[in-house]
Write a protein that binds this ligand. Structure first.
Ligand SMILES: CC(C)(COP(=O)(O)OP(=O)(O)OC[C@H]1O[C@@H](n2cnc3c(N)ncnc32)[C@H](O)[C@@H]1OP(=O)(O)O)[C@@H](O)C(=O)NCCC(=O)NCCS
Length: 217
């Protein structure tokens, strides 16, 4: 199917099951995902408890003003890929204790791996803050999620989802930052992003990329 057959629109609540399924299919087999949902917990993404956890996460996200979920659909309005862009830092939430975080963790997920990831992402964000400067970091757009149905990859869908956020960030003269999987890194390099860091996250190198706003002449 040619790229021109695809359309881009913003997600609504009815799209949530499709977003969850695309995330599961796109990320299947990633070492990070295998570590988060280990066999000894006898479950994995897509199991009812995990889906319930994800549904509430997306419902909250769709209601937040700083979070944007463009989806690429085919001519039957079936979702083939989506992104989650953050146009500003999220609302400040009270710091939760380890026990409170543990209570929110689905039983299918390895809490220690989840905590490790949380701290690693925080450290990477601190690094980006140092690179961009605190003010620019606070203003910047952040790409939180990008996933395309494996049956429809390499058709330009991720490019469309990236362009959606890039146009908006450019209009506001803001930088973009993101943490990338190895596959994603190929895309971001192709789109002109600059790699500014890398960290091993549970057996997989995750890279940090930024794109600064174009200089006005
Ligand atoms: C990464 C991902 C979103 C790319 O989606 P996509 O729709 O297939 O990407 P596009 O078709 O828009 O690709 C645009 C360009 O990116 C590069 N690219 C994308 N996927 C690539 C791959 N698997 N290998 C090499 N280059 C790739 C190419 O330069 C491509 O242009 P080309 O096809 O003309 O050569 C998709 O592979 C995916 O969902 N992966 C699993 C989840 C993930 O890793 N997400 C990124 C998290 S940061």
């Amino acid at each position: 199917m040619a790229t021109s057959a695809f359309k881009i629109r913003e997600a609504c609540k009815a799209d949530i099951p499709a977003l969850i399924q695309i995330s599961i299919n796109a990320n299947r087999g990633r070492p990070l995902i295998n570590a988060l949902f280990p066999p000894h917990l006898k479950a994995g993404p897509g199991d009812p408890e995990e889906s319930f956890f994800q549904e509430s996460w997306y419902e909250t996200g769709l209601q937040r003003e700083n979070q944007h979920y463009p989806v690429v659909v085919n001519d039957k309005d079936e979702v083939l890929g989506y992104a989650c862009w953050q146009s500003a830092p999220g609302p400040l939430e009270p710091e939760k204790t380890r026990e409170e975080r543990k209570a929110e963790c689905p039983p299918t997920m390895d809490f220690d791996v989840w905590e490790f990831l949380r701290n690693a992402i925080k450290a990477l964000q601190e690094h980006v803050k140092a690179v961009l400067g605190e003010d620019e970091f606070k203003r910047a757009w952040y790409l939180d999620v990008l996933a395309v149905d494996p049956a429809h990859q390499r058709k330009g869908i991720a490019r469309m989802l990236m362009q959606w956020g890039e146009e908006r960030a450019a209009r506001e003269h803001k930088s973009i930052h993101l943490v990338s999987s190895p596959t994603g890194a190929k895309l971001y390099r192709a789109l002109g992003y600059e790699q500014v860091g890398e960290m091993d996250l549970v057996g997989q190198p995750e890279a940090v990329f930024i794109k600064r706003p174009a200089q006005e002449s």
